[in-house]
Design a protein around this ligand. Structure first.
Ligand code: PEP
Length: 252
């Protein structure tokens, strides 16, 4: 069966020392257990080692990065690669976040290359998809999400796809406080799962975790997580506070 997952995307927030403290608080609050199968902390690159040290005693808390380059090594000043992250003990990498698409011009083909590179090095992928507000208003949500999923993921072999978690994040809900309704999230998640059925079959689709992201807070997480096709969440703003993040984790 598919895993229930709550991931925290810290984005470009906290300093390494503040991040270490945040990870320590989260790990301490979760040390007596939680129902989710996995919690994943995704701090900036500069914090990965220390956050990894804070969570290593808990075998249900994992370490995630927020980006990778498409090459292993080379003259790409300022970039970080999959083998570097793997060697550091990173388990997951977020690929295709709307901020990477929007501010850094990452398109479907580049994202496919990043997904393949991550999987080649044994990193699991949290692959983000989601429509913009304009696309939502024009009723293009399914069309856009279908294109994003097919172009970056559906060239993978089934055994590679098994290491992919999909995060449905409507861009209009990210950082806006405008959370998707549980009904709308369910409809989009069911649509994505159906795409997976068509490409990889029913069994794989039932084993694929599809997370919702977009202004998840302690007071709306339960309704979202109780939808049959919502397998957890990718949390931005609310993951920067240990109490609110742990409260969200406890809604599963
Ligand atoms: C995100 O950036 O992945 C996200 C979901 O952010 P927020 O929870 O702040 O909307």
């Amino acid at each position: 069966m598919r895993k229930k997952i709550v991931a925290g995307n810290w984005k470009m927030n906290t300093t390494p020392s503040a991040g270490k403290q945040l990870a320590e608080e989260i790990a301490s609050q979760l040390k007596d257990g939680f129902n989710a199968d996995e919690v994943i902390l995704c701090p900036p690159f500069t914090h990965l080692y220390q956050v990894g040290e804070e969570i290593k005693q808990n075998d249900k808390i994992f370490l995630g990065a927020q980006n990778i380059h498409t090459e292993d090594f080379g003259a790409y000043t300022g970039e970080v690669s999959a083998p570097m992250l793997k060697d550091l003990g990173v388990d997951y990498v977020i690929i295709g976040h709307s901020e990477r698409r929007q501010y850094f011009g990452e398109d479907d083909l580049l994202l496919r290359a990043k997904v393949e590179k991550a999987l080649e090095h044994g990193l699991k992928v949290i692959f983000c998809v989601g429509e913009t507000e304009d696309e939502y208003n024009r009723n293009h949500s399914e069309h856009v999400v279908k294109r994003q999923v097919i172009s970056a993921l559906f060239t993978l072999e089934p055994e590679q796809f098994a290491d992919v978690v999909i995060a449905y994040e409507p861009v209009w809900a990210i950082g806006t406080g405008r959370t998707a309704t549980p009904e709308y999230a369910q409809k989009m998640h069911a649509f994505i799962r159906q795409l997976v059925v068509q490409r990889y079959g029913e069994e794989t689709a039932q084993n694929t975790s599809i997370l919702y992201g977009g202004s998840i807070k302690p007071n709306n997480a339960k309704d979202l997580f109780s939808q049959p096709d919502v397998d957890g969440g990718l949390v931005g703003g609310a993951s920067l506070n240990a109490n609110s993040f742990v409260e969200i984790v406890r809604q599963i």
